[in-house]
Design a protein around this ligand. Structure first.
Ligand code: V55
Ligand code: FE
Length: 526
């Protein structure tokens, strides 16, 4: 990590180069060079060199990319299955502008959402990326500078953006009722055209039926009905303890909604939906109003707070909500969930303490050992009317990681296969769990490779659960971060990739990804 004085030195070097270029181009009119008008006071674009900051150390660290790309017919190594036809969408934060010095310590989670698509068909791959044209992106583009301060802290914003959506659309995307919906959990979705990645709505409210100020990054689709089930927390504004729950039919029309109260305002990053129930895990990553007023990021980890699993009936009025507590855990992502009569089962990845060092612990030092994520199976017994506690079982205790996924066609249903990204000094990996056999199989490419989340791709429309591929981006440290999109067969996950899409550079970073089979996409215009 570079020290402050290194930063100052590189800033001075950058400023020096700018002055030189300014002298060279002096006298060339703006109109002649096609440069859009520059607002008075828009500062030079200079990202800090420190990797722990919002800018993440510039392009070499992969955190700043900023280039919107169209790459037709990518190079492919190996053989992509001829019948593999669909689009792999992904999204992650990509800082549009550096922050002012005051907010230069903002976190990577606050970068503007940059969406990419690998369109795969007949063994060929076209790559396209676009920033989500959020209200925030558009305002900053026009001003040629950052106008929003710290992560989820509106008190730090430039007065000119009051009333605009703070949403960055940087966390996950879903394809439903013909729209690519891109999410940040502090705001409503942004809608994009799934073929052109043009933003079609910077504040999508499902035709007005959606009432919350926030929308999770992790909705679910009921495979039996095609319904879209989702929620928002802090749904009535900053630090509110309101949760909005809703569903839409397969056309995106809201067909159910209700409101419940959380035990406290804490992060509810993902949620679980079964055929009968909905469950929310509230973690001690608490919204901290005092710190927000002082200009800090939204959350701090308060280990004095219990974690709670709330369970509510699907389709009800929310009054049946029951909050269960037990071993304090920090879980973020749901692998799978199902109901068996009045028993509710929720599998999540999570650790025994704060997993996000950039959201500070209030009371104790960060503990990397306790932060390690494992697969936790929560069990809630609704038949016992007096029960106030969940039981939790740690599955595969020897496997640690994060970003749990499943075969998305098994949302809401009993399921057999789950996936997890592994981290470790010997390099990362993708694990595939067979809960029936209680078996974990691992693809581990070694210490040179950084793996993004694994997204499951069904082999074809008739494929059984878990039969297909894991798809995701692998960056190579020894090649200055150059990326491959890799495809691993789930029948032979330990054999390594069956094909690599060889990208000429390091592609934009991602948080999550989503696969859409071609049959669900609109036809590509010829
Ligand atoms: C997460 C990611 C976010 C966020 C909150 O697990 C939680 C993740 C990329 O942004 O704002
Ligand atoms: Fe997530």
């Amino acid at each position: 990590m570079s020290s402050r004085s290194d930063d100052d030195q590189s800033t001075n070097e950058l400023r020096g180069r700018r002055a030189f270029l300014g002298a060279v181009t002096a006298g060339v009119g703006l109109a002649a060079t096609g440069v859009a008008p520059v607002q008075a006071g828009s500062p030079p674009v200079q990202f800090p060199g420190d990797r722990m900051t919002f800018g993440g150390g510039g392009s070499a660290a992969g955190a700043v990319n900023r280039s919107e790309v169209d790459l037709f017919d990518c190079e492919v190594d190996g053989h992509l299955p001829d019948d593999l036809d669909g689009a792999f969408f992904r999204v992650g934060p990509d800082p549009q502008y550096p922050k002012s010095d005051k907010y230069a310590r903002d976190i990577v989670f606050d970068g503007e959402g940059h969406v990419s698509m690998f369109r795969i068909s007949g063994g060929h791959v076209d790559y396209k990326t676009r920033y989500a044209r959020t209200q925030r992106w558009k305002a900053q583009h026009a001003a040629r500078r950052s106008l929003f301060g710290m992560y989820r802290n509106p008190t730090t914003d430039d007065p000119s953006v009051a009333g605009l959506s703070r949403g960055t659309a940087n966390t996950q995307l879903f394809y439903h009722h013909g729209k690519l919906l891109v999410y940040k959990e502090d705001s409503p979705p942004v809608a994009m055209d799934p073929l052109t990645l043009a933003t079609t709505d910077d504040y999508y409210t499902f035709g007005g039926g959606f009432k919350s100020l926030t929308h999770t990054a992790h909705p679910k689709i009921d495979p039996l009905t095609g319904e879209y089930i989702s929620f928002g927390y802090e749904a009535k504004g900053l630090a509110s303890d309101d949760i909005y729950i809703f569903s839409t039919d397969k056309h995106g029309t809201v067909n159910w909604e209700t409101w419940i109260k959380a035990p406290y305002a804490g992060m509810i990053h993902d949620f679980a939906v079964t055929q009968k129930h909905i469950a929310f895990f509230v973690i001690p990553m608490a919204t901290n109003v005092e710190r927000i007023r002082a200009g800090a990021v939204h959350f701090a980890y308060d280990s004095t707070l219990p974690s709670y699993m709330g369970v509510v009936r699907r389709g009800g009025d929310g009054k049946d909500i029951r909050w269960f507590t037990g071993q304090q855990l920090m879980c973020t992502h749901v692998m799978g969930a199902w109901s068996d009569g009045e028993m509710v089962y929720v599998d999540m990845d999570g650790g025994e303490a704060n997993q996000f060092p950039f959201f500070p612990n209030l009371y104790e030092p960060f503990d990397f050992q306790k932060a390690a994520g494992r697969v936790r199976r929560f069990k809630m017994n609704l038949a016992n009317k007096r029960s106030k506690s969940y039981e939790v079982e740690t599955l595969y205790p020897e496997v640690t990681g994060a970003l749990a996924r499943q075969d998305d066609r098994f949302h809401t249903l009993p399921y057999r296969y789950g996936f997890l990204n592994l981290f470790g000094p010997a390099g990362g990996g993708w694990a595939m769990f067979d809960h029936q056999k209680k078996l974990a199989k691992v693809f581990a490419p070694g210490a040179d490779v950084n793996l993004a989340e694994a997204t499951f791709v069904p082999r074809n429309s008739a494929a059984g659960e878990g039969d297909g591929y894991l798809i995701g981006v692998a960056d190579h440290k020894s090649e200055n971060g150059r990326s491959d999109l890799i495809l691993v067969d789930t029948q032979h996950i330990d054999a390594g990739p069956i094909a690599r899409v060889k990208m000429p550079y390091r592609v934009v970073g991602q948080v999550h990804g989503f696969w859409v089979p071609a049959a669900q996409l609109p036809q590509m215009p010829v």
